[in-house]
Design a binder for this molecule. Structure first.
Ligand SMILES: *Cc1c(COP(=O)(O)O)cnc(C)c1O
Length: 379
C-alpha cells in the first residue's frame, strides 16, 4: 500500500467534505434549490475576490476565462499591452494575436518581475491602449507580479486591467476593488480546492462599459449572456452543477477559516518550503522581490538529472510535483502548496525530495530541510 500526495500548482487536492458534497444526486439547474446554491456561491466568490463586481462562471478550465476576457472586451485591431514573464503571460500574447488584437508585448525573462514603470511609460506613449494584461502569480516560475502597483497606474487611463489571478486568488492578497483590478479570474482546480472544470471572472463597471463596444465574435463565452442570466440568478447554459455544489462547500470552508488566515497559512507553507530547499543548498528560481505563495520553483543543482526529480518522487514515493515548462524543462522543479495544504504536507514533500536527491547523488546533510521547515512551521 502506498498513499498519493498531489503537490502540483493545479490540479490541487480536494478536501473530503467537498468530494462528498459532489456525490449527492444531481439536481436540476432551473430550480429554486439550485438558485439558492448559486447565489451562495456568487457571494462566497465575491468574498474571496474582495469585490462587489459581477462574477461570471464558465464550465471550462482557467483558459476559458482568459479567452473570455479577450473576446468580450475588445474588437479586432484594438491596441493592448500584454506583459509576460512566463508560460501563462505568453498565453495572453497568443490569445490576443489569435483574435487580431494589436499586441504591444512587454516580455521579460522568466526569472524577472514585471516592472510597473514600463507599463506606465508604454501607456503614456500609447494613449489609445484599451487593455493591459498581467499574470499576477506566474505558475510556471513562482514569480509574483505587483498588480496593486499596476492597478494604480492603469486606473488613471482609459484602459482596463485584466489580471490572471488563477493561482493568486486564495494564496496571496488580491484586493480586486481596492486595487482597481477590472478583470480578475481564477480556475476551480487551484486555490478553490475543486476538481478542474470551472472558471470564474469578475468584471468591473469600467470593463462592462468597454465590453459594450466589443465586436469580436463570442457565443458560449459571452459575458452579456451571462449577465442577463445572472439578473435572474441563473446561468445561460447548463452549468457544471456538481462543481457548483462542491464550490459552495469549499467556499464555506474558506469563509470559516477567513481570507486573512488562508493567506497567512499559504505564506507560512511557502516560507517553510523555501527554508527547507535552501537549507540543503538549492536555489530558488523566483527573485526575492517577487515570490508568490502558491508554488515554489527550485533550480536543479549542477550534475543532477532534473527530469528525474519529479519522476522518482512520483514513482517511488507517491509525491507528484511539477517539472519545469518550455526552456526550463529539467532545469527547475515546482512544488505546489496552493489550496488544501497544511504543515505536514510540506514536511512529507521535503522528505521525499531529500530521499530523491540522495538517490540522484546530490550531496547534503540528511534531514536539514526538515529541520529548517519545522522551525518555520512551529513558529
Ligand atoms: C492554471 C493556470 C491557468 C489556466 O490553465 P488551465 O489549464 O486552462 O486551467 C492560467 N494561468 C495561470 C497562472 C495558471 O496557473
Amino acid at each position: 500500500m502506498r498513499k498519493s500526495y498531489l503537490m502540483t500548482p493545479g490540479p490541487t487536492p480536494v478536501p473530503p467534505q467537498v468530494l462528498l458534497s459532489q456525490a449527492k444526486p444531481i439536481i436540476h439547474h432551473r430550480t429554486p434549490e439550485y438558485t439558492k446554491i448559486f447565489v451562495e456561491v456568487l457571494e462566497g466568490l465575491q468574498y474571496i475576490f474582495e469585490t462587489k463586481n459581477d462574477i461570471i462562471l464558465f464550465s471550462s478550465s482557467g483558459t476559458g476565462a482568459m479567452e473570455s476576457s479577450v473576446v468580450n472586451l475588445f474588437s479586432a485591431g484594438d491596441k493592448v499591452i500584454v506583459t509576460s514573464n512566463g508560460k501563462f503571460g505568453d498565453r495572453f500574447v497568443q490569445l490576443g494575436e489569435t483574435y487580431g488584437l494589436e499586441v504591444i508585448k512587454h516580455e521579460y525573462k522568466w526569472h524577472q518581475v514585471v516592472k510597473p514603470d514600463d507599463i506606465k511609460k508604454s501607456l503614456d506613449e500609447n494613449p489609445d491602449v484599451k487593455g493591459v494584461f498581467v499574470t499576477q502569480s506566474e505558475t510556471s516560475t513562482g514569480v509574483l507580479n505587483d498588480v496593486k502597483a499596476i492597478g494604480e497606474i492603469v486606473k488613471a487611463t482609459n484602459a482596463v486591467l485584466v489580471v490572471d489571478s488563477i493561482t493568486g486568488i486564495g494564496a496571496v492578497e488580491t484586493k480586486t476593488d481596492e486595487w482597481n483590478l477590472d478583470i480578475v479570474m481564477t480556475g476551480s482546480q487551484k486555490g478553490l480546492m475543486l476538481p478542474p472544470g470551472l472558471a470564474a471572472v469578475s468584471v468591473s463597471e469600467k470593463a462592462w462599459k468597454l465590453a459594450e463596444k466589443s465586436t469580436l465574435p463570442k457565443f458560449y463565452f459571452s459575458w452579456a449572456k451571462a449577465k442577463k442570466a445572472l439578473e435572474k440568478k441563473q446561468n445561460p447554459f447548463t452549468p457544471a452543477v456538481s462543481l457548483i455544489v462542491g464550490l459552495r462547500e469549499s467556499l464555506k470552508m474558506m469563509r470559516e477559516e477567513g481570507l486573512e488566515n488562508i493567506i497567512k497559512r499559504h505564506a507560512q507553507l511557502a516560507d517553510a518550503v523555501r527554508a527547507g530547499v535552501t537549507a540543503i543548498g538549492l536555489e530558488l528560481f523566483a527573485p526575492s522581490e517577487g515570490r508568490g505563495n502558491a508554488v515554489t520553483a527550485v533550480k536543479v543543482p549542477e550534475g543532477v538529472d532534473g527530469k528525474a526529480i519529479p519522476r522518482i518522487m512520483s514513482s517511488k514515493y507517491g509525491v507528484t510535483i511539477a517539472g519545469g515548462q518550455e526552456h526550463l524543462a529539467g532545469k527547475i522543479f515546482r512544488l505546489g502548496h496552493l489550496g488544501y495544504y497544511d504543515k505536514f504536507d510540506i514536511t512529507t514533500a521535503l522528505s521525499a525530495l531529500e530521499m530523491t536527491l540522495q538517490e540522484l547523488g546530490y550531496q547534503f546533510e540528511k534531514g536539514v530541510s526538515l529541520k529548517a521547515a519545522e522551525k518555520v512551521l512551529s513558529s
